[in-house]
Design a protein around this ligand. Sequence first.
Ligand code: NAX
Length: 328
Amino acid sequence: MKPPVRVAVTGAAGQIGYSLLFRIASGAMLGEDQPVILQLLEITPALKALNGVVMELKDCAFPLLAGVVTSDDPKVAFKDADYALLVGALPRKAGMERSDLLNANGGIFKPQGEALSEVASRNVKVLVVGNPANTNALIALSNAPKLKPSQFHAMVRLDHNRAISQLAEKTGKPVTAIQKMTIWGNHSTTQFPDLYHATVDGKNAYELVNDHAWYETTFIPTVAKRGAAIIEARGLSSAASAANAAIAHMRSWALGTAEGDWTSMAFPSDGSYGVPEGLVYGFPVTVKNGQVEIVKGLEINAFSRAKMDATAKELEEERQAVKDLGLV
Ligand code: NAX
């Protein structure tokens, strides 16, 4: 058996946490030969509820669960962490301006970036799930001078999986027939799910569907607004599917992407595809031996260019807003 790795999870007593922790402990994220020590962070008033979750984790007697730490101090929860899933965030409340939301989350992600920089493993892989995920990741990495910006990702995998599922339904094919899906940009309604390079049974998805009106007015908005549709139906935001996507993102990062396929991850742009440098932006990527590479050389048509620029513009506005607040 391998030595255990340390996996920190913030917001561990929340909805997503409840779907996430058990699967990490079962080996779904890092493999069934990889023991894990869970290091769980919550705010002080949620520690009692977190303790209940820990009791349930213990009651599963997971063979791979080598230990559990709980704390309300990021420096304890992130100590020597090899992986960190930053789930806890402040949701937007009625009447809140975007700058209020960014400011409130700055109060969480700035100190968490600082703590990761100080105490986490030098190779820590950080995934930001809490919204606004891309800009929260930007805040965290900007406050982590001792780590590389590329160690911080934001999650667009849920959007990626939603896009695969919608395309599978449209084409009547199983999800396993679909490859090379891409979510460009922000995890928000400006995201651009790209069918021009996706394939269904090896055939070009856009050409196979052959219905631009469906693509533009049904597919893209359905994927981009799926979160709101789930809140409307369930009365609560997506949790199990979000946890599943976080597991899938980390699994791809740690164990690699399948040969001949790629996935979508958001991280600081290196300027590829004309995306302004430093924006935490969703790209198509392959991963091998932990190395994340942007898929190069994809042709970008005028429709895609406009969508990719619009989501970059939104991220630039968010970056400016957190700059003005002194958070980055
Ligand atoms: P919950 O409100 O159920 O749980 C959040 C938990 O975070 C709470 O237990 C809270 O006590 C804790 N928390 C708050 N501040 C904290 C801090 N400073 N340190 C540690 N813990 C803290 O929300 P949940 O449904 O679990 O969603 C969590 C976040 O994921 C939200 O921001 C949500 O918007 C975001 N999502 C992101 C998605 C994505 O695709 N990137 C999709 C799903 C989800 O909407």
